[in-house]
Write a protein that binds this ligand. Sequence first.
Ligand SMILES: [Zn+2]
Length: 323
Amino acid sequence: MRDAKLAVETGVDGLDVVIGTSSFLREHSHGKDMAYIEKTAIEVIEYIKSKGLEVRCKSCSPSHSDPRLHPEIPEISPMQQCPDEIGCGALTSSAVSSEDSFRSDLVDLLSLYKAVDKVGVHRVGIADTVGCATPRQVYDLVRTLRGVVSCDIETHFHNDTGCAVANAYCALEAGATHIDTSVLGIGERNGITPLGGLMARMVVTAPEYVKSKYKLHKLKEIEDMVAEAVQINVPFNNPITGFCAFTHKAGIHAKAILNNPSTYEILDPADFGLTRYVHFASRLTGWNAVKTRVKQLGLSMTDDQVKEWYVTRASWALGTRKY
Ligand SMILES: [Zn+2]
């Protein structure tokens, strides 16, 4: 409560209230029991509301009730502050998030959220703080929670086991309304759901909606900017913006891609302001890629000449011909 009062005095528009609910955190971190957590949460929410700060309590429309039919509904929250590292974000409403939700008792969690939903909290949040959740667990928990509260549901997934994007997507399918993301997934340890990875997942599911709502062509720019600012490299195999994302090498792939890109691409690089690259100098490249490059350069070569060049070059690459 003391923190909430101080925060309200600063003039923020809303508060994000976070508390660890798992037995690990209750025992080894703050030491409070569930009765104390619920009582304190309600006191804080009522205090925030009494100060006239906006509290949006959105009722579920039928389309929210079956999100699998409308996967485009949820709101992605890029650069959302991490609730387990930073307890107070500048939201425009009050929200209550649990920490380490997937190692919390389900009855405790639902009871807490039902209570705070009843007093008009705008949003409840669940956090996979240690990155232990599987997509199926996420779907089950969010789906159950969706049936208990009428407010928005925010989710936060760490990537310790490589499931952060899949978990975020399953949360959306189950009825979550908000997903925490960060640029390049930067966060505690190996981070949280990356904005770019989630965009890649979302644009395949709901292309027109995602392309109209988000400035996808800005993704590379913001990732490069953040990477430079924090002095890291964008991973070579990063979804969309990684060096290899739209590079094709294998002969059989290159030939098909040149005929119809959809053959081996589920994402269109043009949607992100990027271009594909068919590698024609790799030892894996077939002669069709070379032929296309010859055309691009405006050179006049017959198919036999291209094949001869290709065979010669392949011999060099394989070390069977040395000159
Ligand atoms: Zn976190």
